[in-house]
Design a protein around this ligand. Structure first.
Ligand code: ADP
Ligand code: MG
Length: 489
């Protein structure tokens, strides 16, 4: 259950939120060794001396991780660090055999950027403080064996970027929108699969509240273990309410790390600042600084795909799309590409958008399918749109019968299938006239009521005409014939 306590003075407070997002980079090998970084292997099969911390094992830096981090930095308007020094962050834990995590401390690879988000139709800019590169730790599982914690070290050494915002968000909705934007972006750039359930994308939320007229931010708590975007929102909402309650009851917020309990929608304390570890950071002596030249950055920039935000603006101006449609099409790169291809051969842009955002998208959703695997080519879909525009088939038949048939037999063109399945629209007024005559004859009472002024019965008759024609009667022609016959005795 969500905490729904209503505090009368809640409206006097302003929530302040900063997010730290960890994204696992989809490189083939780990960040400081050639060990496989692929997800899903048998536990403890993707290991080597480097991630096991064997004495004398020497790390080396995976250039692909650098390229991916720089892509993200450029996509979020960051500056790129020229001289990158790695650092050791020391702590003891079973899933970290080395006794330290290799990370970046003073020289994050990217810094000083921003990302624009859309909240209820308004654009808001969220500043990004830094993006740094680091290695992941192994994975501890506490709930498989009742007596033991199980450790899988396959994940130890997998590359991560940590993306840290300034405390610029003011509501759970803004945090939700920011996180969704980051998820979209890492997928778009092809640097991370963005999968929260598998832990490829993780988020910690720093939350504080202050009185609206206060000059300073309040003390913050950091909430961890947010394993879905919905839980991110729930956790922030709960945390804001909790902090206001504490303050209203004369208490103080202590700086602490809290965990979210998804079952009852609350957060609980893990540790306070006083028992925070001293990580004893120092420069990693086994890795020389990574120097990033302007030429290297320019080369990556030249190979970047058009970003969703830019594409959205382009779609609005080039095809005259509404912001909502343009945004829908740029949620995913493969979808945007499909649209561009479709728009290239189908002049009816609005129809192209509607088919993609409604029929195609719900088919993908229902089947848990990615756009890349969608069976109907853009050429075939263009064929279907043209059949509708030319009046050869009607829209209802196209969406309820032809489109599903095309999904089953994607190799056949729209027109061939429409003929095979007898879906071609019937516009012949004499054929329609016969159908209408039969119906009017079978319903004398309704005919009389219509003639006496119950004009809404037109829908009733149209329904019967469409049914009798198995849906293929041209609705315009049918309406005309029907009204003619109803009005002239
Ligand atoms: P630390 O080094 O202790 O992690 P940072 O200054 O790096 O602290 O901040 C970590 C995160 O906390 C950032 O995302 C930042 O935006 C956020 N943050 C800092 N102060 C506040 C605050 N008062 N309320 C909410 N979030 C905050
Ligand atoms: Mg931090």
């Amino acid at each position: 259950m969500q905490n729904t306590t209503l505090i009368p003075t809640q409206h006097l407070y302003q929530p302040v939120i900063g997010l730290e997002v960890h994204a696992q980079l989809s490189t083939k090998s780990k960040i400081f060794s050639g060990e496989s970084a692929l997800y899903g292997g048998e536990p403890n099969t993707q290991l080597g001396p480097v991630s096991l911390g064997h004495p004398g094992a020497l790390p080396f830096f995976n250039k692909k991780a650098l390229e991916f981090a720089v892509r993200m930095g450029l996509a979020t308007n960051c500056q790129i660090q020229e001289v990158n020094q790695f650092a050791r962050k020391h702590y003891f834990y079973a899933d970290l055999p080395k006794g330290f995590q290799t990370t970046q401390m003073d020289t994050p690879i990217c810094y000083g950027g921003h990302l624009d988000i859309d909240v209820n139709g308004e654009t808001k800019r969220i500043r990004i403080n830094r993006i740094h590169l680091e290695e992941d730790a192994g994975k501890s599982t506490h709930d498989i064996d009742p007596n033991n914690t199980l450790v899988d070290l396959n994940r130890a050494g997998v590359p991560l970027i940590e993306i840290v915002t300034e405390p610029d968000m003011r509501s759970a909705d803004e945090a939700f929108a920011y996180f969704a934007e980051i998820q979209k972006l890492v997928r778009w750039l092809g640097i991370c699969d963005g999968n929260m359930e598998e832990g490829s994308l993780r988020c910690d939320a720093n939350v504080s509240v202050m009185l609206k007229d206060a000059a300073q931010y309040g003390q913050r708590a950091e909430v961890k273990n947010l394993n879905s975007i919905r839980n991110l929102k729930r956790a922030i909402e709960h945390e804001v309410t909790r902090q206001i309650e504490v303050l209203e009851n004369g208490g103080k917020i202590v700086q602490e790390t809290r965990s979210f309990d998804a079952d009852n929608g609350t957060t609980f304390s893990l540790r306070t600042k006083e028992d925070a570890d001293d990580y004893r950071y120092f420069p990693e002596p086994d890795l020389p600084p990574v120097v990033v030249t302007q030429g290297y950055v320019d080369a990556i920039k030249a190979n970047m795909p058009a970003l969703p935000a830019a594409l959205q603006v382009q779609f609005e101006s080039q095809y005259g799309l509404s912001p909502v449609d343009a945004r829908g099409l740029t949620e995913e790169r493969a979808v945007a590409l499909y649209f561009v291809n479709l728009a290239g051969i189908s002049i009816n842009y609005k129809a192209a958008v509607n088919w993609i955002l409604n029929n195609v998208r719900s088919y993908l959703k229902d089947n848990g399918m990615e756009m890349a695997k969608f069976p109907v080519t853009f050429e075939s879909l263009a064929g279907l749109i043209k059949l509708i525009d030319d009046g050869v088939i009607n829209h209802t038949i196209a969406s309820q019968q032809l489109f599903p048939a095309m999904l089953q037999q994607p190799d056949k063109g729209a027109e061939i299938l429409a003929k095979e399945l007898n879906l071609i629209q019937q516009s012949d007024v004499s054929v329609i006239g016969n159908i209408v005559d039969d119906i009017l004859q079978a319903h004398p009472t309704e005919v009389q009521r219509f003639r006496d002024g119950e004009k809404q019965l037109q829908g009733f008759f149209m329904g019967l005409v469409m049914k009798a024609s198995k849906g293929i009667a041209d609705p315009k022609a049918a309406t005309q014939v029907l009204l003619d016959k109803l009005q002239t005795k």
